[in-house]
Ligand binder design. Structure first.
Ligand SMILES: [Zn+2]
Length: 339
């Protein structure tokens, strides 16, 4: 007997994605930031669609929206399918929601074909996958893996609300996070749009993720001396921005070298650069930058190379106080299991 793919209703799937896209900040399409009224409106809409598809729908204590269809053999565990319905500002119509809507469509296609799967299937809309106003991303999946700790729950958004209170507000329960922890998920599937241009540039329909890069973000503060830019001779300046600028180009150079040497993926960039006091007639006294690096394996060579560059700049330019590089984000790389 030949096996054929179950047909999905592409029009129904497209209609879902477009309908959710309508729930957006009108001033900034397509934006649905986690924990906002718009996010909750989107979730209410999604929960209704889950229920319409016959899914038993709930929000777990980590704030994930979950729709479930029982398999004929529950002992086999759960196949989870999902992604996220929150967006970054102006994140677009597909990032995240394509994965949730496709999961929903898979369940509907099974139902339409009269198939009851052996495994239980869950469709999961993970809470706050994107970086949130509380300075944390992947809030819901941290809950499911048991790594959402008290320190994280005490993070506050600029208005002062704690993440633990926001979690309660969206239907979670920070006091019972143990209930969100899962050990029954046997496989996880996520359809996601490409967030680069590799597949598109090669006219490929799909790529299969074999690994997830590790991420490091490192804050470096350069402390020079803020002096008058007119009366301070060049030989007496301690210009923090000049040191920072050298580091920016060093990061680029090291990243290009490592990427070219291969075989593993490596990228790094300086995305934040704050100059203080940032006035046209003052030599910059303080400069803060954040290096973001992503690699398939931990890269001691990159660390050594960057550290050497930074030490050199310390001698040349910043003769005053030096802020040591401080890691502010650390996420390990993960290789996918083949099955
Ligand atoms: Zn996404």
């Amino acid at each position: 007997m030949t096996k054929t793919n179950l047909p999905l209703d592409a029009d129904r799937l497209w209609a879902d994605v477009m309908a959710l896209a309508e729930i957006t900040d009108p001033a900034r399409p397509y934006t649905r930031r986690s924990f906002t009224p718009l996010f909750l409106e989107g979730r209410t809409w999604l929960a209704r669609r889950f229920a319409d598809a016959g899914l038993a729908t709930r929000i777990d204590t980590a704030g994930n929206l979950i729709g479930r269809i029982e398999g004929t053999n529950p002992a086999l565990g759960v196949i989870a399918i999902g992604s996220h319905s929150d967006t970054v500002p102006a994140g677009g119509r597909f990032d995240g929601i394509a994965g949730v809507a496709t999961g929903l469509e898979i369940v509907r296609a099974l139902r339409d074909a009269g198939i009851r799967p052996r495994h239980t299937i869950e469709i999961i809309d993970f809470l706050a996958e994107e970086p949130s106003e509380y300075g944390l991303s992947c809030v819901g999946s941290r809950g499911i893996t048991g790594s959402l700790d008290d320190k994280m729950l005490d993070l506050r958004e600029p208005g002062g609300e704690k993440l633990r209170d926001a979690l309660r507000r969206v239907g979670g329960d920070p006091d019972q996070l143990d209930l969100a922890k899962r050990d029954d998920i046997r496989a996880f599937l996520e359809l996601h749009i490409e967030q680069g241009i590799v597949l598109e540039s090669q006219s490929l329909d799909v790529g299969v993720v074999t690994s997830i890069v590790g991420i490091r973000r490192i804050e470096i503060v350069f402390q020079g001396e803020a002096d008058h830019a007119g009366t301070t001779p060049m030989s007496l300046r301690h210009d923090a921005l000049v040191a920072a600028a050298d580091t920016v180009t060093s990061v680029r150079r090291v990243a290009e070298q490592l990427a070219a040497e291969g075989p593993d993926y490596f990228v790094a960039t300086v995305g934040i650069l704050n100059v203080d006091p940032s006035a046209s007639n003052i030599v910059p006294g303080r400069c803060r930058l954040i290096v973001g690096a992503r690699a398939l394996r931990s890269c001691p060579m990159a660390r050594r190379s960057l550290a050497t560059q930074i030490r050199a700049q310390r001698c040349d330019e910043v003769r005053a106080i030096w802020g040591l590089p401080r890691p502010i984000c650390r996420a390990g790389q993960v290789m996918m299991q083949r099955s």
